[in-house]
Design a protein around this ligand. Structure first.
Ligand code: 4NP
Length: 169
């Protein structure tokens, strides 16, 4: 039987799903494409809150992403039970998001092996992606730079640890 390695599916999670996680998704998507891995790695994003369901990303996020050559096409949605079956990695932007995800899992008796802070895959040993929502424009560029590096590090991890493993099978 031909073994078909399964896709790796990655979900980026923040509070509102209008600033950090849709940008993480768009950046990761671009890097997956550039690496020729579009058929092997899939991604999406969502928020732990219901504050902005159905909305496009924050205007400041869209403007900053455009300035950096990244297009975001995403409508905000909230984390749901199916996500824990649909995604192999669930990556939170900050500790508060992570704690909300864990609470959701406890409440719904859900187990999942790979719920982490996004930045636990880079050199920072799990620093947070700061929330830019209440700050100025410079915060959005800072978040862009942090996310660009963080998703790079996560893709290196996936390529080295997981995709290589799946290919070897
Ligand atoms: P995000 O940023 O979690 O990166 O999408 C925020 C968006 C909205 C709010 C807070 C943070 N809010 O309070 O509405």
């Amino acid at each position: 039987m031909i073994h078909q390695p399964k896709n790796m599916r990655v979900l980026f999670v923040c509070l509102g799903n209008i600033c950090r996680s849709p940008l993480a998704e768009a950046l990761f998507q671009k890097k997956i494409m550039d690496a020729g891995l579009s058929d092997k790695v899939k991604c999406d994003s969502c928020g732990v809150s219901d504050y902005h369901i159905g909305e496009l990303p924050d205007d400041r996020t869209l403007a900053n992403a455009k300035m950096n050559g990244v297009e975001i096409k995403h409508r905000a949605r909230q984390l749901n039970k199916r996500d824990f079956k649909s995604f192999d990695y669930i990556l939170a932007m900050d500790k508060s998001n992570l704690s909300e995800i864990n609470k959701f899992m406890q409440m719904h008796h859900i187990a999942h092996d790979n719920v982490h802070l996004l930045r636990s895959f880079d050199q920072t040993e799990g620093q947070e992606v700061p929330d830019p929502y209440y700050g100025g424009d410079e915060g959005f560029q800072k978040v862009f730079d942090i996310l660009s590096d963080a998703v790079d590090s996560f893709l290196v991890f996936l390529k080295e640890e997981k995709l290589a493993e799946a290919d070897a099978r």
